[in-house]
Design a protein around this ligand. Structure first.
Ligand code: PMP
Length: 420
């Protein structure tokens, strides 16, 4: 690999935004792995963190650490202000109508479990249906299966074609007066398909059916406006969008959230408690029992500030260029098959190589300093649909370079040389 500065300079000329500046913000990318410069292509699993997010978390523990919402002392008020400011940043980032619609949770998984448990258990009855898609991550399958099992309801699945695109004609037929909620992913983590969710939400809306969108893989890569989408719930995780682990957001329309029972009981979610009766707190606290991950919430706010300064349209264009280039390069190698070839795709490239197990691909690439993910990507039904047990998956972020794609391609050639 050429000296990093030289590559950055060249790549910077290719992209619509300041790639050179951005890449320097991520200290973890500066290291060598197995004697080679780290090439990080596991962004769909978790993204790297810019220095400003790391510094914000450190400063919180050095200067502000205190429990929030309860104390009257200086530190507690300061920590509360910083935490609530993060909520407001997130509200603006997704264009929610009110801060009350922005619930801090542990991540996408908890957000979906909250809706399944609270909205689902209240509204889904025997004989009803919950509609999900063939592209879902396990976290948008299992919570709904649990509700359906408990209530005697049926889980229906929107099918996909061989490219990995949902079949909207089938979807339309599956929306009936038995459907109590639609839960669909915005972008598939396993094969990168971008679903036409605005259209899908409108189709459900015509029939008065609420829609939850799993936005874990969308928010880091494109502008998301929940009012424009008109979704009822939108779930995402901080750690996939350059923020810390342990925190995420459930967006929900106020009217729905107000009607829903609490998800968990405990401190902070109450106004008053006696042994006879508890009065629940107002939104958003009604859904936020117990001490949250305060430092992570504040760090999440810093990640949003960071993203606000980045041209997201430029990011989408650049990542698409990388995806197209990587797809051309990899699919021209004999024995390599790309899994998921939707027309609308985010920068997730899943592939298999004839006769070689994906785990072996991952191990040999790791020797070259390349981090990719291998396995079923928590989407076993997607693997079953394509008749493979697992795939190798390279997923990019805006700090990845075209030159790194070349390193990956050379690595894949090496895998075939060694194991093919
Ligand atoms: N949905 C999708 C599409 C995802 O990619 C992921 C993470 N791989 C999740 C849900 C779960 O997110 P988390 O583990 O952050 O809760």
């Amino acid at each position: 690999m050429k000296p990093i500065e030289e590559i950055l300079e060249r790549e910077n000329k290719l992209s619509a935004y300041d790639l050179l500046g951005c890449r320097h913000h991520f200290p973890v990318l500066r290291q060598q792995v197995n004697g080679k410069p780290l090439v990080y292509f596991d962004n769909a699993a978790t993204s790297q963190k810019p220095q400003v997010v790391i510094d914000t978390i450190m400063r919180y523990y050095q200067e502000e650490n205190s429990n929030i919402h309860r104390g009257v002392h200086y530190l507690s008020e300061r920590a509360t202000r910083a935490y609530e400011a993060a909520r407001e940043k997130l509200q603006k980032f997704i264009n929610a109508a009110s801060y009350e619609e922005v619930i801090f949770v542990r991540g996408t998984t908890e957000a979906i479990n909250l809706v399944a448990s609270s909205y689902g258990r209240t509204n889904v009855k025997r004989g009803d249906e919950v509609l999900i898609s063939a592209l879902e991550h396990h976290s948008n399958i299992v919570p709904w299966q649990m509700v359906c099992e408990e209530k005697g309801a049926t889980l229906r699945v929107i099918p996909m074609n061989d490219k990995g695109e949902l079949q909207l004609d089938q979807y339309e037929k599956q929306l009936t007066n038995r459907t109590k909620i639609v839960a669909i992913t915005h972008v598939s983590n396993a094969i990168g398909t971008i679903n036409p969710i605005k259209e899908m939400i409108a189709m459900a809306r015509l029939r008065g059916i609420p829609v939850l969108v799993d936005g874990a893989q969308a928010v880091p890569h494109m502008k998301v406006d929940v009012q424009d989408l008109d979704c009822d719930f939108y779930a995402f995780s901080s750690h996939k969008m350059f923020g810390p682990t342990g925190v995420g957001i459930l967006y929900g329309k106020k009217s729905l959230l107000e009607a829903m029972p609490p998800y968990q009981g405990g401190g902070d979610m109450i106004k008053s408690v006696t042994f006879e009766k508890t009065i629940y707190n107002d939104l958003p606290n009604k859904f936020e029992a117990g001490t949250p991950s305060i430092a992570s919430g504040i760090g999440f706010g810093a990640a949003v500030d960071y993203l606000k300064n980045i041209d997201m349209q430029g990011v989408a264009t650049y990542e698409h260029e990388l995806l197209t280039y990587a797809t051309e390069q990899l699919s021209s190698i004999r024995g390599v098959r790309i899994i998921g070839t939707a027309n609308e795709k985010a920068a997730v490239l899943s592939f298999v190589i004839d006769g070689i197990h994906p785990h072996d691909i991952g191990t040999i690439l790791d020797d070259e300093g390349i981090a990719i993910r291998t396995g079923h990507h928590c989407a076993q039904p997607v693997m079953q649909r394509f008749g493979v047990p697992a795939t190798a998956r390279a997923s990019v972020a805006f700090y990845n370079l075209k030159d790194e794609v070349d390193v990956l391609v050379r690595g894949v050639h090496k895998v075939i040389e060694v194991l093919g």
